[in-house]
Design a protein around this ligand. Structure first.
Ligand SMILES: [Zn+2]
Length: 107
């Protein structure tokens, strides 16, 4: 069960924002994920900081990478976010992960 349909075009993960993704925020919630696991949020230029801050204050943020660099680095190896091969791991069950922050500054 996928929480989101794969968008035709990668867009920012900020709520309500439909801007093109320019950045990948790689994060890990140690309560839910093994240390090498990386969850990813996409961010536009405008939301890179607010989304990054949201993760950083919780100590989740591991990396902020330009989207192009991220996809280039991941080419052929690993799609961003969870890829669907293999048994569904326990931490994919349910939606207990932190949600994308509701728009703080959407105007
Ligand atoms: Zn955005």
């Amino acid at each position: 069960m996928f929480p989101l349909e794969e968008p035709a075009r990668p867009i920012c993960s900020a709520k309500g924002c439909r801007a093109d993704a320019r950045w990948v925020l790689a994060w890990n919630n140690p309560k839910l994920h093994t240390p090498e696991r990386r969850k990813t949020w996409l961010a536009c230029d405008e939301h890179r900081e607010s989304l990054g801050q949201f993760l950083a204050v919780r100590g989740f943020l591991k990396d902020t990478v330009a989207f192009d660099a991220w996809t280039a680095a991941r080419q052929g190896s690993d799609a961003p976010d969870t890829s669907g091969s293999g048994p569904r791991s326990a931490d994919d069950a349910g939606s207990t992960e932190i949600a994308t922050p509701s728009g703080t500054d959407q105007a």
